[in-house]
Ligand binder design. Structure first.
Ligand code: GLU
Length: 412
């Protein structure tokens, strides 16, 4: 197996896209360089009185099409390189969905499960105050990502607002509804993954009724994807978390209730499978919705699914992607498949800035129309240029950023 960092993968994808678009070397240089990188020390007084210092990051990869936008990840292995890679992906994702944003990502190298609630709050507030000078509703708008949720967003919003001297709900998205959050934001990424899955099934001529699905990951993305797809009439046959997976459950809701109550997926009647077995399950659709690099050149050969829908960010290495394409498997790339989260983040920011809030139906309808337009753009580009959906999605996203660069020109 070739080891490849997330940044290697993202840069290789960009290089390929720049070549496909026949952009100049000057454009490659501009597009492959992050605009602003901040690394901070985040000291935390633990409940036992000891002080620990964690590394925190915020990368504003691009601000060409608008303020930068992207999540904040709490994960023990996150580093500056991976944050740059994820911020780059956010840039193409926002451009592909045609949102008026650049791309960003942030994070702290910490395992949030090791923190008490009050430690998590202190860490989040200190991180927010360290990155305070570069964030704001007109500059850079953080959101939840792996390891963070609406509680973290409430603390970030409060820390920023207390320093500003007034309430600034538009500084982060993914907030609780009472603080200016949007209806439909919690399920948005999963809803978008489900919309993309339906479109992929249609494009491959597979009847969604009883189409079989395996989902790796039962977190914010995996759970809501499973619920939405089950509602569309698909059969979810395998689900996993970090410990491994199960098959044989009655419904996603049943499995979730057991998971919440007991902390394990071993609901009555289920059978254990490993995460590797889940990837190799005999299904129509495989949805990696957990960590990066789940599908590699080594395990891709064993995949039986006809369609892979990337719920996670960067779940497929370049080598894995090549194998899937050679096997004729349709890959719906991350920047298209999981764009629903940032699309509804955009709606939340618009609502906050206008102090006017939408109904759940309005959010759903607008999400569906933006996702459908992006999917149609990708399908059309893929057919016209005879390229994969990933190449097509990147070509659309990167070209929009390149065009904005050209029109703005180089200062001075
Ligand atoms: N963290 C999510 C993503 O990777 C959402 C980002 C946002 O809403 O700004 O797309």
């Amino acid at each position: 197996m070739t080891t490849e960092s997330a940044l290697d993968t993202a840069r290789a994808q960009l290089r390929r896209t720049v070549d496909l678009l026949k952009l100049s070397e000057n454009e490659w240089l501009t597009l492959s360089t992050p605009r602003r990188i901040l690394q901070v020390a985040v000291p935390l007084r633990k409940d036992n009185g000891n002080v620990e210092i964690y590394k925190g990051f915020r990368v504003q990869y691009s601000t060409t099409r608008g303020p930068s936008k992207g999540g904040v990840r709490y994960h023990p292995t996150i580093d500056l390189e991976e944050t740059v890679a994820l911020a780059m992906l956010m840039t193409w994702k926002c451009a592909l969905a045609n949102l008026p944003y650049g791309g960003a990502k942030g994070g702290i190298a910490v395992d949030p499960h090791t923190l008490s609630l009050s430690e998590n709050e202190r860490l989040t507030r200190r991180y927010t105050s360290e990155i305070l000078p570069i964030i704001g509703p007109e500059k850079d708008i953080p959101a939840p990502d792996m390891g963070t949720d609406e509680r973290n967003m409430a603390w970030m919003m409060d820390t920023y607002s207390v320093n500003a001297g007034f309430s600034v709900p538009g500084v982060v998205t993914g907030k609780p509804i009472v603080l200016g959050g949007s209806l439909g934001r919690t399920s948005a990424t999963g809803d978008g993954v489900a919309i993309a899955t339906m479109a992929a099934l249609k494009s491959r001529g597979i009847d969604p009724k009883n189409a079989r699905v395996a989902i790796q990951g039962f977190g914010k993305v995996g759970y809501w994807t499973a619920i939405a797809l089950e509602n569309f009439g698909l059969k979810i046959v395998a689900i996993s978390d970090v410990q491994g997976g199960v098959t044989g459950f009655n419904s996603v809701a049943d499995l979730w209730n057991h998971y919440k109550a007991n902390g394990t997926l071993d609901a009555p009647g289920t059978e254990r499978i490993t995460n590797d077995e889940l990837l190799e399950f005999d299904v129509d659709v495989l949805i990696p919705a957990a960590l990066a690099d789940a599908i590699t050149d080594e395990n891709a050969t064993k995949i039986k699914a006809k369609i892979v829908v990337e719920g996670a960010n960067a779940p497929t290495t370049s080598g894995g992607d090549r194998v899937l394409n050679d096997m004729g498997i349709l890959v719906v790339p991350d920047i298209l498949a999981n764009a629903g989260g940032v699309v509804v983040s955009y709606f939340e920011w618009v609502q906050d800035n206008q102090n006017y809030f939408w109904s759940a139906d309005e959010v759903k309808e607008n999400l569906s129309s933006i996702m459908t337009r992006a999917i149609n753009d990708v399908e059309t580009m893929s057919a016209e240029k005879k390229v994969t959906w990933r190449d097509a999605a990147l070509m659309i996203g990167v070209d929009r950023v390149a065009e904005a660069h050209r029109l703005r020109g180089l200062y001075p």
